[in-house]
Design a protein around this ligand. Structure first.
Ligand code: NDP
Length: 287
């Protein structure tokens, strides 16, 4: 049976370490790193995400500023707010919760966030630096996946990593991070042919599809490591991932559960990015 990669425990360790680092930062600089979260509209899932992010931020000893705007907010109003946050020296990280109401173009807003405060790692400058292998703020979910692999001392170099899903927030940045760690990377998507066979060749499988139990246990190579990013709610209310967990865990050497795998890492890495952004901001000021 596979080792279960306990994302909750790893995320807690990251947050404990972070709390200590934030304490040191505060002693050295006389202020705490600050994260601004912006929620536009009434999407219930977004409300929960933002609340959890702010709570976690305060738990780590950082300042969190929560800005809630109405559904009717215009693109110009949101752009003006982002500009004010870019210029606010107490704010080191800016997170605009997606999805945004339809009158607002998400890419316009995400591109307006200063790359130095882009703690989601979505800005083209950060993405470009990730491609080039330069230091940057990294997309939180794939960054969390790398931490999970580190937690089981997984030696990525030379491994065949197959990522199913090519989204800008998970699949693509995960591929780049694994490539930087010297994996041989294959990115699959809805047009990939013979997907089961491609997955069968993988030493490491990252599933980020958004379809419940789509990756079958029989596709998993004996001894492979499986990272399941998917979060899907079944009609009976149960949460499941993109991988058929019970069958896959009979073949894998290690696997993340859903819930309790990748999910808790995303917020932990967001906090980490906020501290990094605060440090980098100071470094730039003192340069
Ligand atoms: P997207 O919908 O943006 O991307 C899904 C990807 O899966 C696309 O690239 C799509 O291919 C691919 N895909 C869809 N159907 C198939 C198929 N039949 N065969 C192969 N590939 C397929 O999703 P996200 O990346 O945003 O999220 C993926 C999952 O991860 C979701 O369940 C989401 O809830 C979860 N998630 C979890 C997070 C966490 O913190 N744990 C954070 C972010 C996401 P194509 O490009 O061709 O359409």
């Amino acid at each position: 049976m596979a080792q279960i990669i306990d994302g909750k425990a790893v995320a807690q360790r990251v947050r404990d370490d972070l709390k200590k680092e934030v304490e040191i930062f505060k002693k050295q600089n006389g202020f705490a790193p600050g994260l601004a979260t912006v929620l536009v509209g009434e999407n219930p899932a977004s409300k929960v995400y933002v609340k959890n992010k702010n709570k976690a931020c305060e738990g780590a000893g950082m300042v969190s500023e929560q800005i809630v705007l109405s559904d009717a907010t215009s693109e110009k109003e949101l752009l003006d707010l982002v500009q004010r946050l870019n210029e606010n020296p107490k704010i080191h990280g800016i997170l605009v919760q997606l999805p945004l109401p339809k009158q607002i173009r998400s890419d316009k807003i995400l591109n307006a966030i200063s790359p130095a405060k882009d703690v989601d790692g979505f800005h083209p400058v950060n993405v470009g630096n990730l491609v080039a292998g330069n230091p940057c703020l990294k997309s939180c979910t794939p960054f969390g996946i790398m931490k999970l692999l580190e937690s089981i001392n997984y030696d990525i170099a030379g491994k065949n990593a197959v990522i199913v899903g090519r989204s800008n927030i998970v699949g693509k940045p995960a591929a780049l991070m694994l490539l930087a760690a010297h994996a041989t990377v294959t990115i699959c998507h809805s047009k990939t042919q013979n997907l089961p066979d491609v997955v069968r060749g993988a030493d490491l499988v990252v599933a980020a599809i958004g379809k419940p139990q789509f990756v079958k246990g029989s596709w998993i190579k004996e001894g492979a490591v499986v990272i399941d990013v998917g979060i899907n709610r079944l009609p009976d209310g149960k949460l499941v991932g993109d991988v058929e967990f019970d069958e896959a865990s009979k073949r894998a050497s290690a696997i993340t559960p859903v819930p309790g795998g990748v999910g808790p890492m995303t917020i932990a890495m967001l906090l980490w990015n906020t501290l990094e952004a605060a440090r980098a901001g100071l470094a730039a000021k003192n340069a």
